[in-house]
Write a protein that binds this ligand. Structure first.
Ligand SMILES: *[C@@H]1O[C@H](CO)[C@@H](O)[C@H](O)[C@H]1NC(C)=O
Ligand SMILES: *[C@@H]1O[C@H](CO)[C@@H](O)[C@H](O)[C@H]1NC(C)=O
Ligand SMILES: *[C@@H]1O[C@H](CO)[C@@H](O)[C@H](O)[C@H]1NC(C)=O
Length: 338
């Protein structure tokens, strides 16, 4: 699609009601998303693309006892976001201790072939992995509608990961499905330890043993990104409440490593834009352009829970190294999905 045509298409939802459609990005600022991308205090954003929509599943950033649910946000174009409230409510998850709902990860699995009665149900099942109770465990919930907005309900009635293993607090899950072999991996871990464990095809039970994979400087917030056969293990470093918070990565030939010994830092705050940049995720609409979604803090604001969700571009050099991200206030250009 030509760039001009793409700009017009992108702007249609934004400028409806105006009778002039700007012809290029330079003519109009409306087609930049701006950071933060939506209102409200949210953190730990996980981005996914499902059915031609961008989805963000964040932590509601508040006092632990007020973190009793998850909201989600969806967008067709990175410009306008729809809030889906309370897609998982901890009141239905007794073991959660009804507090500290953190860092959800949502994945879908194609349903086995259709049932004998020939009914056409949803094509996928959606699963949410989530941290509860600041150490009560990592749980798994399933969408009861077969849709990415849920609502989700606890799938097994107990934590999937109940205990501290290898010193890793059972928080910050990321579900990663390897497109090479269909294997399903859960990355997680706080308290400066990272652990990986394989899941069964049912998505709700553990298959393998826990394996510690803690890279240098690791604190929390793991994110596995696979690109051109390379496994980039990304994670948050520093202290989540201050300007030391950032994102580093190591890389390797498989989901479990071995990973390169020296981490590279790719996300940091600065004195012009914001600080406390971390707990990120990555998405790509086309396998060529990459975006990093992360939370940060306003320069003028030191309140503990005042974290906002931002998106910027993430680029690779020609050797496949991730380049340091330029964080912005203007944000990224709008972009429709195919
Ligand atoms: C969660 O469910 C409880 C019990 O039904 C309800 O009181 C509460 O308002 C719900 N929370 C949200 C955020 O919807
Ligand atoms: C703090 O900075 C943010 C973003 O720049 C701005 O929206 C907000 O109004 C500022 N708040 C105060 C109290 O100056
Ligand atoms: C970041 O900004 C610098 C200075 O404008 C530029 O040279 C560099 O290419 C940018 N990096 C990325 C990854 O866009």
């Amino acid at each position: 699609m030509s760039r001009i045509l793409q700009s017009i298409l992108l702007l249609l939802p934004v400028v409806k009601g105006l009778n002039q459609i700007p012809l290029s990005d330079e003519d109009n600022n409306n087609d930049l998303a701006g950071n933060p991308i939506f209102d409200g205090w949210y953190a730990d954003p996980e981005a996914r693309i499902f059915d031609s929509q961008y989805w963000i599943y964040p932590t509601y950033s508040a006092a632990y006892e007020d973190q009793t649910f998850f909201d989600a946000f969806s967008s067709p174009n990175l410009l306008t976001w729809t809030k889906h409230t309370s897609i998982l409510n901890f009141s239905g998850v007794p073991w959660s201790t009804n507090r500290a709902a953190w860092a959800p990860s949502v994945a879908r699995r194609r349903r086995p072939t259709k049932s004998n009665n020939g009914e056409d149900g949803p094509e996928y099942d959606y699963f949410m992995y989530f941290s509860a109770g600041d150490g009560a465990g990592i749980g798994v919930a399933k969408s009861i509608t077969g849709l990415p907005e849920g609502p989700f309900v606890d799938a097994i009635g107990k934590p999937l990961v109940p205990d501290t293993v290898y010193g890793a607090e059972a928080i910050d899950p990321q579900l990663f499905q390897d497109d090479d072999d269909g294997r399903v991996w859960l990355y997680y871990g706080g308290w400066s330890h990272a652990v990986i464990v394989e899941l069964n095809d049912d998505m709700v039970s553990l298959k393998g043993e826990y394996l510690e994979i803690t890279p240098g400087g690791y604190v929390e917030g793991p994110w596995m990104l696979k690109r051109e056969g390379i496994y980039y293990f990304m994670y948050s470093v520093g202290g989540w409440g201050d300007s030391s918070y950032g994102v580093s990565y190591v890389s390797g030939p498989s989901p479990t490593g071995p990973f390169s010994p020296t981490p590279t830092k790719v996300l940091s705050g600065n004195d012009a834009v914001g600080y406390g940049t971390g707990h990120h995720s990555v998405f790509t609409p086309d396998g060529e352009d990459y975006y990093i979604v992360y939370h940060r803090r306003h320069l003028n604001d030191t309140a503990r829970d005042h974290r906002v969700v931002c998106i910027d571009r993430m680029e690779f050099d020609r050797h496949g190294n991730i380049l340091p991200v330029n964080i912005t206030i203007a944000g990224v250009e709008g972009r429709l999905l195919e």
